[in-house]
Design a protein around this ligand. Structure first.
Ligand code: SF4
Ligand code: FES
Length: 235
């Protein structure tokens, strides 16, 4: 058997989180999420956590596994020796047990206007794009909004107003799209935006979809810096 040490907490009822241990069967192909589902189905139906797709697509099963932010559907019991500690994602208020409040994160995503912005009339025909133009933003479009990068980011954990890695990467997904004519400078070039990042790089290391939010942030810092000095150097 593998032992899962799971954080249990009901805000307003419990004084603080406590760990509860559960024995789950050893199966080489079981992910941590399978272990939690076993507990929920066969041992303790009161355990609360989020999941949906079980295949690294929905982004809802992010938790802290032995101290690291992980997708629990892609993190396997067999990869660990000894007890496996499962806690909610760090940096987010806990609603219950392993479920965290995602509303502040959703607000950050929507603040960057994550859609194609066009000026004037759209042409009647489709917007053709070359493979190179697609490649310019494609990696940022792979984000599944799992919030692991926020949980890994030491700036976000200390400064909850920081716009954060995924929201800035999402802004770059549209900034770098040849069809977009939007301007996200006022949201991005602020102390809570790209200038809040101290370039630790943990966001990129934590990302399960190989998005590179750290690169998105540094790249927009350059864009913002050039844009800020241009009025002073132009004749
Ligand atoms: S950038 Fe990566 S870690 Fe961050 S929310 Fe998107 S998929 Fe998750
Ligand atoms: S359950 Fe959907 S990403 Fe893990």
């Amino acid at each position: 058997m593998t032992v899962l040490e799971v954080s249990r907490y009901r805000p307003g009822v419990d004084a603080e989180p406590v760990f509860q241990s559960y024995d789950v069967p050893d199966h080489d192909d079981w992910a941590v999420l399978d272990g939690l589902n076993y507990v929920k189905d066969a041992v303790d139906g009161t355990l609360s956590y989020r999941w949906s797709c079980r295949m690294g697509i929905c982004g809802s099963c992010g938790m802290t596994v032995n101290g690291e932010p992980r997708l629990t559907c892609g993190t396997f019991l067999a990869d660990y020796d000894g007890p496996i500690r499962v806690e909610p994602l760090r940096g987010f208020p806990v609603i219950r047990d392993l479920v965290v409040d995602i509303e502040p994160f959703l607000g950050k995503l929507s603040s960057v206007s994550p859609w194609l912005i066009r000026k004037g009339e759209d042409p009647a025909s489709e917007f053709a794009q070359t493979p190179q133009q697609l490649e310019a933003y494609k990696q940022y479009s792979m984000c599944i909004n799992c919030m692991l990068c926020y949980s890994a980011c030491p700036v976000y954990v200390l400064e909850p107003d920081f716009l954060g890695p995924a929201a800035i990467a999402l802004a770059q997904r549209y900034n770098l799209d040849s069809r977009d004519e939007g301007d996200r400078f006022d949201v991005l070039s602020t102390d809570e935006g790209v200038w809040g990042c101290t370039f630790v790089g943990e966001c990129t290391s934590a990302c399960p979809k190989h998005v590179d939010p750290a690169e998105a942030i540094q790249r927009y810092k350059l864009t913002a810096a050039v844009r800020s000095v241009l009025p002073w150097v132009r004749p």
